[in-house]
Write a protein that binds this ligand. Structure first.
Ligand SMILES: Cc1ncc(COP(=O)(O)O)c(C=O)c1O
Length: 442
């Protein structure tokens, strides 16, 4: 039935129809269980959002309780208890932020953020500030504004006529392939180039939009020390808003609950999603400082209000999930656990580095990227012509693990609370696959 009726994301469906597919019917701990009862370790954190694994816990219970009393009620003209309590919690968590705007996925959180930035300047009498800045290799989602910011020709070329704002690109601080031999020298060069671009264009730019702490879809590019802080300072200097995307990196992925605080940077707008609800409910937030929010106040006739909202904005079940999730982080000391798990991952990555094909290994917390290259060229397919992504996925599934690589980059991105026994299995699988890749090169 899946092959007859379902259209899968980012998937060549003629390939899909030839493949054996696994239909997941149940979650059990850190495993997903298919119709034949076979178990797969969730090695992608169900697209980078799962925190606690699968099955019943306090978050699920909180969602059930919320469903008993109020299933959904709109924020258009009404408030609801869970979204109010979550907003208060988020404002305490996200230093410097004052207001929470709710959406139902990461991409729409970004859309809300860029609409806020544009209208902020309009409301302030600066309508000429309507262009944006973003980083090379950045990714912010698949809706039109988000695609414009994180434009990747291969993925989004067909949709170019839809793309709206002019976006100036700043260099990404990816050391591998840059020609620099140290992170600090590269960061210095990136900041210098960023300042040149800002100097020329800032008077027309509304905001710089960038991932906070690391670029994940761009292949686990971890920012060098001081890089994000310096960009944040440049934004202040050149009067450009800073929008930080913590959708994939916030809530502990890099070992910090709120990454921009750890990076000593000061955004004007910040977005969270994915792990916000433990990965159990589609909910995201766009948070703004008082100064951004205040620019939207005025007499109704001035038309300064934010024209954005969705049917499910502030969904009480999602908000109840997020509240319980945040409690569970505290109760189980998850951030400390992540830091310990990160040390284990670092040790196993040292083994990965011994393979010639692992040309670069980048890591922080519960995120790592193993870039595959041979003879200085990315390994995109193997001797038998098989695509590397398909090979990694099939080899992992054979071993009872679900992995998904990004092109030639094998990604380590497990559920945040994964225990040591399962982390060992996950890293063993990466090593076994690396060994097989090395012997199957063209
Ligand atoms: C950094 C970042 N921003 C935004 C998004 C988009 O989120 P969503 O897939 O929930 O729309 C993603 C998704 O992977 C992401 O990694």
């Amino acid at each position: 039935m899946d092959k007859s009726y379902v259209w899968h994301p980012y998937t060549q469906m003629s390939d899909w129809n030839r493949w054996d597919n696994r239909v997941i019917v149940r979650g059990q701990g850190f495993y997903l269980v298919d119709t034949s009862g076979k178990k797969y370790l969730d090695g992608t954190a169900s697209m980078w959002c799962n925190v606690w694994g699968h099955g019943r816990n306090e978050v699920v219970e909180a969602m059930r309780e919320q469903l008993k009393s109020l299933q959904h009620s709109t924020l258009f003209g009404l408030a609801n208890e869970s979204s109010t309590r979550l907003a208060e919690k988020m404002v305490k968590l996200a230093k410097g932020m004052q207001k929470v705007f709710y959406t139902d996925n990461g991409s729409t959180a970004i859309e809300a953020a860029i609409k806020m930035a544009l209208q902020y300047w309009l409301n302030k009498g600066r309508p000429e500030k309507k262009e944006f800045l973003s980083l090379d290799h950045g990714y912010h989602g698949d809706t039109v504004g988000a695609m414009s910011l994180g434009y990747i020709e291969k993925f989004f070329g067909a949709y170019k006529p839809l793309l709206a704002p002019k976006v100036h690109k700043l260099p990404s601080p990816k050391l591998y392939g840059s020609g620099f031999d140290s992170h600090s020298a590269l960061a210095e060069q990136c900041i210098e180039q960023a300042e040149n671009i800002l100097r020329k264009n800032a008077s027309r730019c509304a905001a710089l939009v960038m991932e906070s702490g690391a670029q994940i879809a761009g292949g686990a590019v971890i920012y060098p020390a001081g890089y994000q802080r310096q960009l944040s300072e440049l934004c202040k200097k050149y009067d450009v808003l800073l929008i930080l995307d913590e959708i994939a990196t916030g809530f502990g992925r890099l070992g910090n609950m709120v990454e921009y605080v750890a990076q000593k940077s000061s955004p004007d707008i910040v977005c969270f999603g994915k792990a916000l609800t433990g990965g159990y409910f589609p909910l995201a937030v766009t948070m703004a400082t008082k100064s951004v929010f205040d620019a939207f106040l005025g007499d109704c006739s001035q038309n300064k209000q934010l024209y954005h909202g969705h049917t499910f904005t502030g969904h009480p079940v999602g908000c109840a999930a997020a509240l319980a999730n945040i409690e569970l982080y505290k109760k189980r000391g998850l951030i400390l656990q992540i830091r310990e798990s990160g040390k284990y991952i670092a040790a196993r990555l040292r083994e990965c580095k011994t393979f010639d094909v692992a040309a670069d290994v980048r890591h922080k917390g519960m995120l790592a990227g193993i870039e595959l290259a041979s003879g200085g060229k990315p390994v995109l397919s193997l001797r038998n012509g098989e695509k590397i992504g398909y090979f990694v996925m099939q080899e992992s599934l054979k071993r009872g693990v679900h992995l998904r690589s990004l092109g030639n980059i094998m990604m380590v991105i497990p559920p945040l609370a994964m225990d040591m026994r399962n982390l060992r299995k996950l890293m063993d699988t990466h090593l076994e696959i690396l060994r097989k890749v090395e012997t199957s090169l063209p």
